[in-house]
Design a protein around this ligand. Structure first.
Ligand code: PMP
Length: 400
């Protein structure tokens, strides 16, 4: 049956992991994959999550199927967390939401919804560059993507002029994918002023904003601050789509817990949209997993656990911010690098776009056993007080 099936290419991010595992050097460093690590380089399970699990265990709950759209108490808490409990779309009961399989699954439902209900040929504008999987999610759902300028390699910052120009030139009614905070892979976010300019174009061109919010609270340590862009748009009365993930901010990576939501014009419209979301989800996976929803629901809804979580969330964000400072300081103060490394601390979130070329990335791997993707992106979560100096020295050596 399958003799014509050819070997496919390895996933560029997961491929870095594989190469790292095979390396036996004692100083090897993995700054590839985007998952939080503590200062000892170990995965972290939050105490708030452990406590939620204990509470759930004590309740001796059954394992029945969830409804198609998931756990109601999770969904309600998830939209309050993203849009704000006092936001107009929540108070006016016009958000269609379904629990889904983390951020990726949510994006995929959004893509399927676009494919089914937007005019044929509608394009999704994605930032250049964007998280690689965005392109596959949309193309596998038969939705065409198109890039808008985002990163400026000259400044290692945002190309706001190019961005606005490209959105202005997009056909009216296109979809625009926006990273709500902590842009992956560049770590470059628009300022509040720049978000206001983006909002203006989106409004003028009647674009549909599709927010991907995979790092709320994980970027700055403050979930309200990290929801700024999303809330700016919804407060301005725009109807948005949202793919939300609790993988990073709760450390629930493998639990696959997130949500997909659409802000509608009226509660009646919301009912119709939700009915169609159910029709989309049922043949895809029937209903979502139970465990992650129970955990996230407890962490969001139990006042004590919520308080504890927010402290732990800030600690994760602070560790990343501190490692950015440490890396930059070693480069500038210890190794006297003459390059401008200010972007390391100007960027935010798990990822830093170092500006290193593919050839320099190869040297890092071959000479220093440091593993990252060839676009020069490092996951700052892989940096710690023990390896920061070694990484900085290697960066200095390959950029001299
Ligand atoms: N969007 C972006 C921008 C991401 O960086 C990620 C995680 N790498 C996701 C979505 C989805 O992650 P998950 O499916 O694990 O929630």
């Amino acid at each position: 049956f399958w003799q014509n099936v050819k070997m496919g290419p390895a996933d560029p991010i997961l491929g870095v992991n594989e190469a790292f595992k095979k390396d036996t050097h004692d100083k090897k460093v993995l700054v590839g994959v985007g998952a939080f690590r503590d200062d000892n380089g170990k995965p972290l399970v939050l105490t708030a999550v452990r406590k939620a699990e204990e509470l759930i265990l004590k309740q001796n709950l059954d394992k029945e199927y969830l409804p198609i759209i998931g756990l109601d108490s999770f969904n309600k808490a998830a939209i309050r967390f993203a849009y704000g409990s006092q936001s107009a779309p929540i108070l006016e009961n016009r958000i269609a939401i379904t629990q889904s399989l983390s951020g990726t699954g949510s994006l995929r439902i959004g893509a399927a919804f676009i494919e089914r209900f937007m005019p044929k040929g509608t394009k999704v504008y994605v930032p250049k560059p964007t998280w690689g999987n965005h392109l596959s999610v949309f193309s596998d759902a038969r939705v065409e993507t198109c890039e808008y300028r985002y990163f400026d390699p000259k400044t290692n910052g945002l190309n706001i002029v190019g961005l606005l120009e490209d959105l202005n030139n997009a056909p009216n009614g296109s979809v625009v994918l926006l990273h709500g905070c902590a842009h992956n892979p560049t770590g470059v976010d628009p300022t509040q002023d720049q978000w206001a300019q983006i909002l203006q174009v989106v409004k003028n061109k009647n674009l549909l904003p599709f927010f991907d919010v995979a790092y709320q609270g994980f970027a700055s340590g403050d979930p309200v601050r990290d929801a700024y862009s999303l809330r700016l748009f919804t407060d301005a009365g725009l109807q948005v789509m949202l793919a939300q993930s609790f993988a990073k901010n709760m450390g629930l990576y493998g639990e696959r817990i997130g949500s997909f939501s659409i802000v509608c014009a009226t509660p009646e419209e919301k009912d119709c949209v939700l009915s169609q979301i159910k029709i989309l989800v049922r043949p895809l996976y029937s209903s979502p997993p139970l465990n992650g929803a129970r955990i996230a629901e407890k962490v969001l809804n139990d006042p004590e656990l919520n308080k504890l979580w927010l402290v732990e969330l800030k600690a994760m964000a602070d560790r990343i911010i501190n490692m950015r400072q440490l890396l930059r300081s070693y480069l500038e103060n210890d190794f006297k690098s003459t390059h401008d490394w200010s972007h390391i601390t100007n960027q935010i979130g798990m990822f830093c776009f170092t500006g290193l070329s593919p050839a320099q990335v190869d040297r890092l791997k071959d000479e220093f056993h440091i593993y990252l993707t060839r676009n020069g992106r490092i996951s700052v979560a892989g940096v710690n007080t023990k390896n920061a100096k070694y990484i900085a020295e290697a960066f200095h050596q390959v950029t001299k």
